[in-house]
Design a protein around this ligand. Structure first.
Ligand SMILES: C[S@@+](CC[C@H](N)C(=O)[O-])C[C@H]1O[C@@H](n2cnc3c(N)ncnc32)[C@H](O)[C@@H]1O
Length: 257
C-alpha cells in the first residue's frame, strides 16, 4: 500500500512547510488536505495517510479511523520504578554506560527504558524495518516533551529505518553489550495499545537461525528475546527462559560473558 502525506485539517504556513519536508524525506507525495476527513481521503487517494499537525505525526493506515502516533507507552511507568528490577534490564544484565541494540524498535518503549538505564555514557540504537513506523518514532523521540524526565533518554536513541539482520551483518563482532529482539507475536493477544492501528503494517518476520547467529556474533554480554509465553523460540534458539507467572510474554537470554 502506498503512503501519502497531508496536513492537519486547518494547516498553518509552518505545517505546510513541515509537510513538504516530510514528503521529501520519505519520498512520498504531499496531497492537499482540502478540508477532507480521513475517511474521505482514504477513499479518494486509496493510500495510507501520514498527517502532519502542530503537535505530532499521525499515521492512518487504509481503512483505520484511529491513528498511530508516538507515545512512550510502558516506558512511562517502567522508568518510574527502580530500573534494576525491570524484567528486560534484569534478564539482559544491562548496566549504566552499556550499549544496547534494539533489533525491533516498534514504539521504542523498551529502547527508552534501556536508554534511561544506560544513561548519557551509554548508547542505544534501534532498527525498525517499516519506514513509516521508523519515521514517526524517530520524530516522536526528538520532539515529545510531555515527560521531561525521559527527554534526554529519548533524544539519545539513534533510529535506523532498516531490517535489523542487514544492520547486524554490517557490524563488527562484539559491537554492542546487549542485543535485543521482540518480534511481532503470532498469537493474537487481547490488548489495547497505541500500536494497534499499525499492527497489520508491521514486519511480521519471526526469529531465524541467521538472525540469532548474527546477534550472538555482534553482542558482547547477552542476546535477549521477548516472546509470547507459549512461544517455543526460547528453547529452539538456545535462550534461557525467565518464566514470569501470569504474564502474556516472557524474556529469555543467551549470556555470552
Ligand atoms: C512487537 S514490536 C516491538 C515493540 C517494541 N519492543 C516496543 O517496546 O515498543 C515489533 C516491531 O519490530 C519491527 N520488526 C520486526 N522484524 C524486524 C526486523 N527484522 N528488523 C527491523 N524491525 C523489525 C516490526 O515492524 C514492529 O514494529
Amino acid at each position: 500500500m502506498k503512503t501519502i502525506v497531508t496536513t492537519a485539517y486547518r494547516p498553518t504556513a509552518a505545517i505546510i512547510a513541515e509537510t513538504g519536508r516530510v514528503g521529501r524525506e520519505l519520498d512520498i507525495r504531499f496531497i492537499d488536505r482540502k478540508k477532507r476527513s480521513i475517511e474521505k481521503m482514504h477513499s479518494d487517494e486509496e493510500s495510507d495517510i501520514l498527517v502532519v499537525s502542530k503537535e505530532r505525526l499521525e499515521f492512518y493506515p487504509m481503512g483505520k479511523a484511529e491513528p498511530f502516533f508516538f507515545h512512550p507507552n510502558s516506558a512511562a511507568f517502567r522508568t518510574k520504578r527502580p530500573l534494576e528490577r525491570d524484567p528486560l534490564i534484569e534478564v539482559s544484565g544491562l548496566e549504566k554506560g552499556d550499549s544496547f541494540l534494539d533489533c525491533t524498535l516498534g514504539m521504542a518503549s523498551d529502547a527508552i527504558t534501556a536508554s534511561q538505564h544506560v544513561g548519557p555514557e551509554g548508547k542505544v540504537v534501534g532498527c525498525e524495518s517499516n519506514p513509516n513506523i521508523a519515521y514517526i518514532i524517530r520524530s516522536g523521540l526528538q520532539r515529545y516533551s510531555t515527560m521531561p524526565h525521559l527527554t534526554d533518554a529519548m533524544n539519545r536513541i539513534d533510529v535506523h529505518a532498516m531490517d535489523s539482520i542487514a544492520y547486524l551483518k554490517k557490524l563488527e563482532s562484539n559491537s554492542f553489550d546487549v542485543i535485543y529482539m521482540d518480534p511481532m507475536f503470532t498469537e493474537k493477544i487481547e490488548e489495547s495499545s497505541n500500536f494497534t492501528p499499525v499492527r497489520s503494517s508491521a514486519d511480521m518476520g519471526q526469529l531465524t537461525e541467521e538472525w540469532v547467529t548474527e546477534a550472538k556474533r555482534a553482542a558482547k554480554k547477552a542476546v535477549v528475546l521477548k516472546a509470547h509465553f507459549r512461544s517455543q523460540d526460547f528453547e529452539k534458539f538456545g535462550f534461557t527462559r525467565r518464566v514470569r507467572p501470569n504474564t502474556k510474554f516472557h524474556y529469555g537470554a543467551i549470556k555470552l560473558s
